[in-house]
Design a protein around this ligand. Structure first.
Ligand SMILES: [Zn+2]
Ligand SMILES: [Zn+2]
Length: 708
């Protein structure tokens, strides 16, 4: 069949819409083969073979379609892709997840073009799209942040020139001749390409790069770029290889989107829990104690304790039993549970008993022999616990259980230890020791649905109380094509249904994801979106058929027979460390009154009001309200500036009038004020606010103009 070049036809060669009859003249039809293109709304259009995605989309949506690439039978393709057989076509908008990715990826190419034009000796290596933007690594002399401005300017200049981005297929020989000058690209070609295979390059103007695409159709799509930082990296992440210059950047489809992204990044910096945690004295990490090990300071401990008290109240209400278990367990326990030796890399190394250690040393046992003996189970030792589950299992099996004992719900704020690589450790969110708000429910199969529902109710109560109303739920199900799962398929069906209907009952956005279940059971994950649009994976609920099997757990049913219980693991906060880290950023350090470490900072206007200040403080303390008094000599302005840094819920300002009339003046975090509140009324209102766990301080009415 001869190919008909459609470029220059002006209008795409639409033949007949909706019905598939060809109404071409006989002579034309004979040179042109027709294909059926299915559009997202189900419409089927017939076109001449060789039509491009761009032409199909323009035909369907008009010239202002805003798409920068297309799915052809679900696969991402360039707009210029010619269609050679019947298929489905769907445009990819620049604002979609795939669209943004293509935009970022294309911007990385533009960056490489700009750098090589400005620094002729620079060799581009790799440049991927990443979560927030893109980067490109170059072999070149070091540059500084000050140099980024010129590179960015060059990128914008090139974008304005609006070169067409062209995909070119090359055979192996041509490909290699294009990249002879660049040993990094040659290494990729030699590593990735099978012998004799060709690949594609993308060309914009005279510049080209090795790539599989897809790309934006032309460079004007990349006007809204911003280079953000420069750092160094090793070729292929290998410290033994060459050091490279890495340039990071952002790109968005519109000016407004770029501005709002930049604003969010600024806001995220301000909210960074590592900075705020230090400023507000909430936690400390000390190299001498160890990386990734959190020291909860008195102020941070208040927040954690309040959260634990809050959740404990709901656990009691839901019929949980509190337990405590040690921080270590024998290796045998984890051999049975399966956590050792399989997950050794993510754990602290085991501890060996003193006498045994001495004996082995006397026998001249080497470190690697010791490790092998442990792995094979020939010697025993202890491990810092990576999970609380095996300990709770042992509490279950410490007694003969009957169906009357079930569901048995064991809860513990249990501290566990995991070996994160030092590069991965960050503040409170990636740590090596953390406390899970953990619980294990031992249930009959019939009880799974109700108990899963109870677990997610708890998550919902917590999220609602903390004003984290923007969250979604992921239900992880089996991969239908895999047989790696333990437990009976019928049991799985039921458990998966239970998870689905529990998720459904929340009334929030939820998705089910095949293949995302653990091998031991389906699960529900909660993903919270914070005020600046970042997503945090927090709580989880998991059904488990595996551990009861491994530990041979049983209960006597009302039929008199022995049955296997099912376990549910759940941790609504996930870990206290991570959760508080997220909360610090969520509230930007401005906690609701019930969580604020020092709720009231009492500030005197002068020396004369010392006594009244003490009296107010005592009355508040009597009601278990957390108070700090500043009756020092500083001016009131200076005191306010000092204290607002610690973000109390209220500054209570006491002067002449207040002392005389037994009133208080309150200053809110945003600078709004209210004066002459009767003291008794204030204390009563404050107690109500705290016991209601209001999501923000509300005793000072907001005023139209405030400081910040
Ligand atoms: Zn590319
Ligand atoms: Zn568990």
């Amino acid at each position: 069949m001869s190919k008909v070049d459609l470029i220059g036809w002006g209008r795409p060669p639409r033949i007949v819409r909706h019905n598939l009859r060809v109404v071409f003249q006989q002579s034309e039809a004979s040179v042109m083969s027709m294909i059926n293109v299915t559009l997202p709304d189900g419409t089927i259009n017939e076109y001449a073979e060789g039509i491009t995605c761009a032409e199909v989309i323009t035909d369907a949506l008009g010239r202002k379609h805003g798409c920068l690439a297309a799915f052809v039978d679900g696969v991402e393709k360039d707009m210029s892709t010619k269609l050679s057989s019947s298929c489905s076509v769907e445009g990819i908008l620049s604002v979609s997840e795939e669209g943004i990715h293509i935009l970022r990826h294309s911007a990385a190419h533009l960056l490489a073009q700009a750098v090589t034009e400005l620094y002729p000796g620079a060799l581009p290596t790799i440049g991927p799209a990443i979560e927030r933007g893109f980067y490109y690594d170059f072999k070149m002399d070091p540059i500084t942040e000050a140099d980024l401005k010129a590179i960015q300017k060059k990128m914008q200049f090139l974008a304005k020139q609006n070169a067409v981005v062209e995909r070119i297929e090359l055979n192996e020989e041509d490909l290699k001749s294009h990249f002879e000058h660049n040993p990094y690209k040659m290494e990729i070609i030699n590593d990735k390409l099978e012998d004799g295979a060709g690949s594609t390059i993308y060309k914009q103007g005279e510049w080209y790069d090795l790539c599989l695409g897809p790309h934006v159709p032309n460079l004007s799509r990349l006007m809204f770029v911003k280079l953000t930082s420069v750092s160094s990296a090793y070729w292929r992440g290998d410290q033994e290889r060459e050091q490279l210059v890495r340039i990071y950047g952002l790109v968005e489809p519109t000016k407004d989107a770029l501005q709002s992204t930049l604003k969010n990044i600024e806001e995220a910096k301000k909210r960074d829990h590592r900075k705020l945690g230090k400023d507000l004295q909430l936690f400390h990490i000390d190299e001498e104690v160890g990386q990734g090990l959190i020291l909860w300071t008195p102020r941070g401990s208040i927040i954690r304790q309040e959260l634990q008290d809050f959740i404990s109240f709901h656990l009691r209400r839901q019929g949980y039993s509190q337990v405590f278990t040690p921080h270590v367990g024998k290796l045998d326990l984890y051999r049975t549970s399966g956590h050792f030796p399989y997950y050794q890399e993510s754990q602290y190394p085991p501890l060996v008993e003193k006498d045994l250690m001495k004996k082995l040393a006397d026998e001249g046992c080497s470190c690697s022999e010791l490790a092998n003996l442990m792995k094979s189970g020939d010697i025993d030792g202890y491990m810092l616990k990576p999970m609380n589950c095996p300990h709770h299992v042992k509490i279950y099996s410490s007694q003969a259980r009957s169906y009357r004992d079930l569901p048995l719900r064991l809860a513990e704020f249990g501290t566990v230890y995991r070996w994160e690589q030092s590069g991965e450790i960050s503040g409170m969110t990636r740590v090596r020791g953390f406390t899970q708000d953990d619980a294990h429910l031992f249930v009959t199969e019939e009880q799974i649905a109700e108990e899963v529902l109870g677990c997610i109710e708890l998550v919902q109560i917590i999220f609602n109380k903390l004003g984290m109303t923007d969250y979604r739920v992921r239900v992880g199900l089996r991969d239908p094509d895999s047989d790696k799962y333990v437990g009976q398929p019928e049991a799985w069906d039921k458990a998966e249904d239970a998870c689905r209907s529990a998720a459904q009952s929340l009334g929030v956005e939820w998705t089910e994801e095949e293949g995302e279940a653990a091998f031991y059971g389906p699960k529900i994950d909660f993903v919270v979106r914070d005020v600046i649009g970042r997503e945090w994976q927090l709580g989880t609920v998991q059904v488990d058929y595996n551990l009861p099997e491994r530990f041979d757990l049983s209960y006597k049913g009302n039929d008199g027979e022995m049955h296997r219980p099912v376990m549910i693991h759940r941790a609504p906060f996930g870990s206290m460390e991570r959760f508080v880290g997220v909360l610090i950023e969520h509230f930007a350090g401005k906690f609701p009154t019930w969580l604020t470490p020092t709720q009231c900072h009492i500030i005197t206007i002068s020396e004369k009001h010392k006594q009244y200040a003490q009296e107010v403080a005592d009355l508040l303390k009597e009601k278990e309200i957390r108070v700090l008094v500043d009756d020092g000599d500083d001016t009131i302005g200076k005191k306010i500036r000092t204290h607002r840094k610690m973000q109390p819920a209220y500054m209570v300002i006491l002067g002449e009038g207040e002392a005389e009339n037994r009133t208080v003046s309150l200053r809110a975090r945003n600078g709004d004020q209210v004066s002459d509140l009767p003291l008794d009324q204030f204390i009563e209102d404050l107690m109500t606010e705290i016991s209601n766990k209001e999501s923000q301080p509300c005793l000072v009415p907001s005023q139209p103009q405030s400081e910040d």
